[in-house]
Design a protein around this ligand. Structure first.
Ligand code: ADP
Ligand code: MG
Length: 469
C-alpha cells in the first residue's frame, strides 16, 4: 500500500497533527524527515539525540498508534539521528525503536484485564500509573496553590487520619492537579507504612467498570477498589452523566470512607458546578476539604521556569526567564511546553538561549508566520475557544453560544485590526456594519455585568495578545 516513505510519512503526519496539537506538531514532528521504507520498516530522521529522546519519552505511544492506524500493526519505526560532528559531515546513525511497547501486538488486551491482574504487587505501589517524577519537591509553591499543596502534604503524612477526607482539588487545565495528587501518592508510598495506593483517572475507572459489566465481573472490580488504602481519582468531572458509574463510585466511596481509607479527587471545577453528578455524591465530596488551584502569578511562573531549567541543567539569562514568565500566563503546562520548545530550538539551531530566540520560539508556537493578529486568526482562536466552527461564526445560526462567539470575534476584530466596520461585517458572512457595532456594544455591556463572560473575554484577550508579541 505505502511503498513510498514520503506518502507513508505524510499519511502519519496528517493524523499526528490532530493527535498532538499544533504546538507539539510544529516543534517535534515538522522537523522529521522520512528517509526510507523497507521491509515494513519506516525510517525517519530526527535532528538530534535530544529530539530522539524527547520523542521517545513523550510521543512513543502516539507514534505507535499512528503507525498502526496508517500503515499497519506489523510496521516498525526506526529513527536515524543526525549528530553534529563539528566537521560538517553530519553522519547520521540509527537507533531502533525498542520493540516494547512499540511491537505490533495489542498492548492492553482489555482495560479491565489489567485490573483483573492487579495483585498485591500492584496494590503495594507498583502501579505504573503513579509517575515517580511528580513530587512535592518539584511542585513549586505560590499563592495560587498554597492551600491545596499544604492540605495535600498533610494528607500524605497521615492518610485517612486528617479531617481532609476526601481531599478534593479543583482547577483549570494545566494548573497542577495531577502533579499534586500523584505527589501525594508518591509521598505515601515512600513513607514508612505500607499502604495500597491506587491512582486512576475517572475515565479509566468508568471504562474498567464498563468492561466489568460486560464481562460479568463487577464483584471483582468492586473488591479491588474496596481494598485500597488510598484512592486517587483524577478528573471526576468525567463522571458527569454516567449514572451507573456514579452509583458504584458512591458505594466504593462510602465503604472506603467508613473504613478510614483516604480518598483524593480532582476536578476541573468546584463541586457545586458539577452539574451532571448526583447530589448525594457531590455532597460527600464536600465532607472533607475542597481546595482550588489557580493560575500561577508572575513570581510563581518565574520560580517554575527557573526550577525547570535547573533540573534540565540549562542556564538561561534572567531577561529570558522574565520574558517567558511575562508572556505565558495561562497555565503551567503551556509554560512547560514553551520551555521545552525553546530548549529544542536552541539545540536545533545550535545557539545559546537568548531573548531573541525566546521571542522567535514563542512566535512560532503561538501562531503561524506573521506576527499580526489578523481576522482569520481571531476567528480561529475564538472558534477553538468556544468549540464552534469558523463556518458557524459566519453563517446565520442564532443559537445563543454561537451568537456570543460571533459577537466576540467581531469585537476583537474591531479591537485588533485596522479593518473598517464594513469589512469586518463582510468577513462574518456579509453582515452589515451596524451588526458589528451592535456586537461591540453587547460585548461591552456583558463584560461589565456578567462575570463568567468577563473571564472568557480576558482569557481570549490573553491568547490573542500572545500572538501580538
Ligand atoms: P492538570 O492535571 O491540572 O491539568 P498537571 O498536573 O498535568 O495539570 O500539570 C501540568 C504540568 O505542569 C505538569 O508537567 C506539572 O508537573 C506542571 N506543574 C503544574 N503546577 C506546577 C507547580 N506548581 N510546580 C511545578 N510544576 C507544575
Ligand atoms: Mg490532570
Amino acid at each position: 500500500m505505502h511503498n513510498d516513505h514520503n506518502t507513508a510519512w505524510s499519511s502519519c503526519l496528517s493524523k499526528l497533527r490532530d493527535d498532538v496539537g499544533e504546538q507539539g506538531f510544529e516543534t517535534w514532528f515538522k522537523p522529521i524527515r522520512p528517509i526510507r521504507l523497507e521491509n515494513k520498516i519506516l525510517t525517519i530522521q530526527v535532528p538530534s539525540q535530544f529530539f530522539y529522546e524527547y520523542l521517545e519519552e513523550h510521543y512513543v505511544q502516539i507514534l505507535r498508534d499512528v503507525i498502526d492506524d496508517r500503515l499497519g500493526k506489523d510496521f516498525q519505526l526506526e529513527y536515524s539521528v543526525v549528530v553534529d560532528t563539528g566537521d560538517g559531515s553530519n553522519q547520521p546513525y540509527t537507533i531502533n525503536l525498542p520493540n516494547n511497547p512499540v511491537s505490533g501486538k495489542p498492548r492492553v488486551a482489555s482495560k479491565f484485564d489489567s485490573a483483573k491482574k492487579i495483585n498485591s504487587l500492584e496494590l503495594f505501589g507498583y502501579d505504573i500509573k503513579l509517575n515517580p517524577s511528580y513530587s512535592f519537591d518539584n511542585f513549586i509553591e505560590g499563592d495560587c496553590n498554597r492551600l491545596a499543596r499544604s492540605a495535600g502534604y498533610a494528607v500524605a503524612q497521615r492518610p485517612g487520619v486528617t479531617s481532609f477526607n476526601p481531599l478534593m482539588l479543583y482547577g483549570g487545565v494545566g494548573l497542577g492537579k495531577t502533579h499534586l495528587v500523584q505527589a501525594i501518592g508518591n509521598e505515601i508510598l515512600n513513607g514508612s507504612e505500607k499502604k495500597a495506593v491506587h491512582y486512576v483517572s475517572s475515565e479509566k475507572f468508568a471504562n474498567q467498570f464498563f468492561d466489568a459489566i460486560k464481562n460479568n465481573n463487577i464483584q471483582e472490580f468492586s473488591n479491588f477498589y474496596l481494598k485500597v488504602d488510598v484512592l486517587i481519582i483524577d478528573d471526576v468531572q468525567f463522571f458527569e452523566g454516567k449514572e451507573k458509574t456514579q452509583e458504584i463510585f458512591f458505594h466504593i466511596f462510602n465503604h472506603l470512607h467508613q473504613s478510614g481509607s483516604q480518598i483524593i479527587m480532582t476536578s476541573d471545577r468546584p463541586p457545586k458546578d458539577l452539574d451532571g453528578l448526583m447530589e448525594r455524591l457531590v455532597s460527600r465530596f464536600k465532607w472533607g476539604l475542597t481546595a482550588d488551584l489557580q493560575q500561577p502569578d508572575y513570581e510563581t511562573r518565574m520560580a517554575i521556569i527557573n526550577r525547570k531549567m535547573q533540573s534540565d541543567g540549562i542556564n538561561i539569562p534572567d531577561n529570558v526567564v522574565e520574558y517567558l514568565a511575562y508572556s505565558v500566563d495561562t497555565n503551567v503546562r503551556e509554560l512547560e511546553g514553551v520551555i521545552i520548545s525553546l530548549i529544542a530550538n536552541a539545540s536545533l539551531v545550535k545557539k545559546e538561549i537568548d531573548l531573541e530566540l525566546a521571542k522567535q520560539t514563542l512566535k512560532s508556537i503561538v501562531h503561524d508566520i506573521d506576527s499580526e493578529v489578523g481576522i482569520d486568526y481571531i476567528q480561529k482562536t475564538v472558534s477553538e475557544f468556544f468549540k464552534v466552527s469558523i463556518d458557524q461564526l459566519k453563517d446565520k445560526t442564532r443559537k445563543k453560544e454561537i451568537v456570543m462567539a460571533r459577537q466576540l470575534a467581531m469585537y476583537f476584530s474591531k479591537e485588533y485590526t485596522n479593518l473598517s466596520l464594513k469589512s469586518i461585517g463582510y468577513h462574518f458572512g456579509g453582515r452589515d456594519h451596524s451588526t458589528v457595532i451592535h456586537a461591540v456594544q453587547t460585548v461591552n455591556d456583558l463584560y461589565d455585568t456578567d462575570n463568567n463572560f468577563k473571564k472568557s473575554v480576558d482569557e481570549l484577550r490573553k491568547k490573542l495578545k500572545l500572538k501580538a508579541i
